[in-house]
Structures are given as C-alpha cells and as structure tokens.
Write a protein that binds this ligand. Sequence first.
Ligand code: C2E
Ligand code: CA
Ligand code: CA
Ligand code: CA
Length: 279
Amino acid sequence: AKESGRDRFQFYTPCMREAEPQRLTLLEDMRVGLERGEFRLDYQPQIDLETGRITGVEALVRWDHPELGTLMPGAFIPLAEDSGLITNLGQWVMWEACRQNKEWAEAGLPPVRVGVNVSARQFREENFIDQVREALKMTGLNPANLELEITESLIIQNKSHAVPVMQELRSLGVKLAIDDFGTGYSSLSALGSFPLTKLKIDRTFISMMDTQTQQRFIARAIVSLGHDMGLSVIAEGVETAEQLELLKSFGCDEAQGYHLGRPMPAESIAQMLMCPAAV
Ligand code: C2E
Ligand code: CA
Ligand code: CA
Ligand code: CA
C-alpha cells in the first residue's frame, strides 16, 4: 500500500501534468509526420585526408514540423527511442539513405559510402538484420557503400547479442563504425572482439586538441591503436584548419566537421561529388 501510494504521488506531480501532454502530442505528430513525409535527411561529407576527396557522407535526420519548423534530432530522437517509434523512423532513414546513395551512383557520380546512425533500441529489434537486408535489396545499393554507426555502450552492454548480429551484418557486406569513440566505458582492447571496420573519434577530443596537449596525445593514440587493430579511423567535429593539420600528421584516415562541410541536402552532395577535390 505504501508503495502504490508513493507511485500515485509521483504520477500526479504538477510538472508531469504539464510535460506529458506535450510529449504525447509530439509523439502523435511524429507518427503522422512519418506517414506524411515530413522527415528528410541531410548529409555531411567525410573527407579522405590523403586525397582530399569525399569518400563518404553521414545521413542526419531532420523533421520539418508543420507548426514548429525544422526540428533537429536532439528534439525528437530521444522520444522516438522511448516510445519505440524509432523502429519505424530508423527503418525509413535506412531505406532513404540507401535509396539516395543508389540515386547518386545511377547519376554516374563516383561511389560514396553512406553512414546511418543506428540507435540501441533499433539494433536490438529481432528483425533488424532483415531490415538492413531489405533496404539493400529494394534499393539495389552495393552493401559496401553502407556503413552503420553504432555506439560503444550499445555493443558493450550486451556483448553476447551484439557480436553475432554484427557478424551477420558484416557477412551482408556492410561496414560497421563505432560512433563517439572515447566517450563510453570501453577500452580499445575490449573492442577487439567486435567485428568493426571503423572508429570515429568523438568530437570532444577534437575540440580540445587546439588548447590541450593531453587531448592531442589521446587523439594520436586512438589513431595508432585503431590502425593496430586494423580499423580505419575518422575524426568527427573538425572545426579548424589547425585540427585538420594535426589529424593529418597523426595519420588519421578521414575527417568530418564544419571546417570541411556542414550537413547539407543531397543535391549539394551531388555537386561536391562532381568536384575533383574538396580540400
Ligand atoms: P552524431 O552521430 O554524433 O552526429 C554528429 C552531430 O554533430 C550532428 O548533429 C552534426 O550536425 C554535428 N556536427 C557535425 N560536425 C560538427 C562540428 O564540426 N562541430 C559541431 N559542434 N557539431 C558538428 P545532429 O545532426 O544534430 O545530430 C545529433 C545526433 O542525433 C547524432 O549525433 C546522432 O546521435 C543522432 N541522429 C542523427 N540522425 C539520426 C538518425 O537518423 N537515427 C538515429 N538513431 N540517430 C540520429
Ligand atoms: Ca554518428
Ligand atoms: Ca558521432
Ligand atoms: Ca558525437
């Protein structure tokens, strides 16, 4: 009785009375918005540091809400995850990213990888592998041009589930990047047992590289350890020429960030792909 009394009290706190309807409205809007095609993808270029060419793009979802204007993922992805709607949204993102990449290829543009963010809940779906397989089959995209970005915590938390799923994804031919590397609790050695292809050094290390020598050492160490493990290494959140030069001197393979290109519509990526070198 004491337990339920406490629960009831918590449920009726004034702050929740205000917050819940808002969340419910946004969730309902999201369901409707998915059907009405209010979501779209921007793409951020990923640049090869040796050639200066664009080798990949990361797909980033945006929502053109009819009343609230354009919403960034931080405003709706957490709600999509909590409610389970991320399954539908994530499936749409996967499909659209593959479709767009196939469209670029069919227009005769040089081949490019597309990176798709996968949330933990989506990854754990029983039919996740089927979703990926289906998206590839329906669009006809070369699997080697699809890269899934998953976070450290996702794979560390449930290793026995994650490893076989990752192996099966790899056998489809898709690439697997570990996102926001360095922010989780894992060590590089713990990552050795996962069938990854790439490490993405988190923005926090990159942004502090200019001023803090220690962060510089960490970034350099991640690059060389990643290479020792046979992984390709990309730095995210590169905002200055200085950071770019440092990363080049460390032998980092690729970079992504405002200094190299903001997230942009698909047409702008097509323009970039036509140029011989971006940097
Ligand atoms: P993320 O995967 O770490 O993506 C990079 C975020 O950093 C993007 O924010 C990007 O616009 C931003 N960014 C890129 N370069 C720079 C830079 O030089 N400086 C700074 N300060 N920021 C930079 P965005 O688009 O707001 O996305 C935020 C997060 O939302 C993403 O973080 C990702 O975790 C999530 N997200 C985005 N799209 C999807 C999606 O389709 N599915 C899922 N599950 N999550 C997504
Ligand atoms: Ca990402
Ligand atoms: Ca990231
Ligand atoms: Ca990040």
